[in-house]
Design a protein around this ligand. Structure first.
Ligand code: GLN
Length: 528
């Protein structure tokens, strides 16, 4: 899957939709993203650069498109599903240093391209999948993506008919003349042809329906069969795209090209019922998401999507208000937060915006407003409780104030000697044991859960007793390390903080119970 004309056309969503449709026909599918930048992984990227860093179960810090793959396909992705140019070069250079190339000159072709091909084939070689969809990030024509384009050109020859190219472009609408324009698509395909790639299927993003004649013209100039020129019209939710692609018979065209039997069109019943509930909400709740990257909602992609899943489950429109933590101050916080039916304090790093987050947690605690704190959000709830209930005036996290007299959140033992930044946090899935007769136990309805992590700091267990005595329970604990995974307030209608990231595990077909229950708590609070 390549993209042309413009970035952000939704290659990830089209890939996920193709995956969904093939999966619905009984095939096992996984999706991989190749990112053409030099960071080894997006873990070191500021969210302003590239949106949220998604974390897989096996602890890879990845591009946010992997979140879409998991949410659409209800599958788990892994380290192998996201590869960057940085990682490719790193492994080639490491091999060179070990002497693996036996005196040869190490070059982009064949060494970098061979490494790219190896990474593309890893998932297929495992034998678990009928289809591997490989999405090449960026836009065709970028200098950075050339080695990837060359690699997939070679792969088609090597794989003898078991490989096809889908190219996504934009057909812009010129409102002044009222016309849809195909030239950018023609140019983009020409660029692919120069690199030796003839797209098999073209998906055209458009604001308006494409006429038969327009498709015919695109097909003619791009050497693509008109049936394989697919329209992808703008829709109100990304979750409609698989249905749209099914109407366009994109999956049938793919199967036909692979000479596979087409069979019956899958009904996609559970997906349709999710969409129906999503589009016909019976009520609305307003939830505040307090974070410091709210100018760029992609920074909170998985949280936003989790609320969409939970909202559909509860047939409730979640009106998510993104509130900048730096805008929350002592003299405005009660007015700013008063119309919310629930408050979520977001994950994050560093001290910027901390005071506003503390005020939001305090407001939720004191006014019995449903509260969910995720990762840093949970740590904030602990600090706020220590300061305002336990009267530890300078209580803090060592991340924010390293010499505080009350480090209620402290650096994890295993993190103390860590100086390298990339991939060194506590990452991925860890088990957690839930205390019986707690709110969290009633939500998960299970004693053992597994959730994904991304942090360096933790609840300081030296303070356990004083927190417990004053009403903050630690209701989820890592059974191996005693690390506090969950806190909750006993005398509050719904106040929960989690050290892990539930948002990474919510999918369309399995909305996360914590989000579903939080939305229900917001509904109840609204009517209380
Ligand atoms: N900065 C905090 C830590 O490292 C929280 C991280 C997060 O919210 N993901 O522990």
């Amino acid at each position: 899957m390549t993209g042309g004309v413009a970035s952000s056309l939704g290659k990830g969503i089209i890939s996920a939709s193709i995956g969904k449709l093939l999966q619905a026909r009984g095939y096992s599918v996984t999706i991989q993203k190749l990112d053409p930048y030099l960071n080894v992984d997006p873990g070191t990227l500021n969210p302003y650069e590239h949106g949220e860093c998604y974390v897989t179960g096996d602890g890879a810090e990845t591009d946010l498109d992997l979140g879409h793959y998991e949410r659409f396909l209800n599958i788990q992705t892994s380290q192998e599903n996201n590869v960057t140019t940085g990682r490719i070069y790193k492994s080639v250079i490491e091999k060179e240093r070990k002497g693996d190339y036996l005196g040869k000159t190490v070059q982009i072709i064949p060494h970098i391209t061979d490494e790219i091909k190896r990474r593309i084939k890893i998932l297929g070689n495992k034998g678990d999948f009928d289809f591997v969809i490989t999405e090449i990030g960026g836009t065709v024509g970028d200098i950075e993506s050339l080695p990837y384009i060359e690699s997939v050109r070679q792969l088609k020859w090597e794989m003898e008919g078991r490989c096809l190219y889908v190219h996504l472009t934009l057909v812009p609408y010129l409102s002044a003349s009222g016309e849809l324009k195909t030239k950018p698509t023609q140019h983009s395909v020409k660029q692919l042809l120069e690199a030796g790639i003839q797209p098999d299927i073209l998906v055209l993003r458009t604001e308006h329906s494409l006429s038969h004649d327009l498709k015919k013209k695109v097909g003619l100039f791009c050497n693509v069969d008109i049936n394989a020129v697919i329209e992808s019209k703008d829709v109100s939710t990304i979750y409609e795209v698989p249905l749209l692609m099914q109407e366009e018979k994109l999956d049938e065209i793919i199967l036909k090209k692979y000479k596979l039997e087409i069979g019956e069109m899958p009904s996609l019943k559970p997906w349709k019922s999710f969409l129906k509930k999503l589009k016909n909400p019976k009520q609305t709740v307003t939830i505040g998401l307090i974070g410091k990257y709210v100018e760029l909602p992609d920074a909170y992609k998985s949280i936003i999507e989790s609320f969409i899943h939970a909202g559909s489950e509860k047939e409730c429109l979640v009106d998510l208000k993104l509130i900048h933590s730096e805008s929350i101050e002592k003299d405005n916080y009660t007015t700013l937060l008063k119309n919310l039916n629930g408050i979520l304090v977001a994950p994050g790093f560093g001290h910027r915006g901390i005071d506003g987050k503390l005020l939001a947690a305090q407001y939720a605690r004191e006014n019995n407003v449903p509260f969910l704190g995720i990762c840093l959000g949970m740590q904030i709830a602990v600090i706020e409780f220590a300061r305002n209930v336990l009267h530890m005036k300078d209580a803090n996290s060592r991340e924010i104030h390293s010499t505080t007299t009350h480090p209620v959140i402290d650096i994890m033992e295993e993190q103390k000697g860590v100086t390298e930044k990339g991939g060194t946090m506590r990452l991925g899935e860890y088990p957690c044991t839930l205390e019986k007769d707690t709110k969290i136990h009633s939500i998960y309805k299970s004693e053992k859960i597994n959730e994904r992590h991304r942090h360096r700091y933790e609840f300081n267990n030296e303070y356990l007793d004083v927190f417990h005595k004053n009403g903050m329970l630690t209701s989820g604990i890592n059974p191996d390390t005693e690390l506090v995974e969950i806190i909750e307030l006993s005398n509050h209608r719904w106040f929960i903080g989690v050290q892990f990231h539930p948002e990474y595990k919510s999918t369309v077909l399995n909305p996360h119970p914590l989000f579903v229950n939080f939305v229900q708590a917001a509904i109840d609070f609204k009517h209380a």
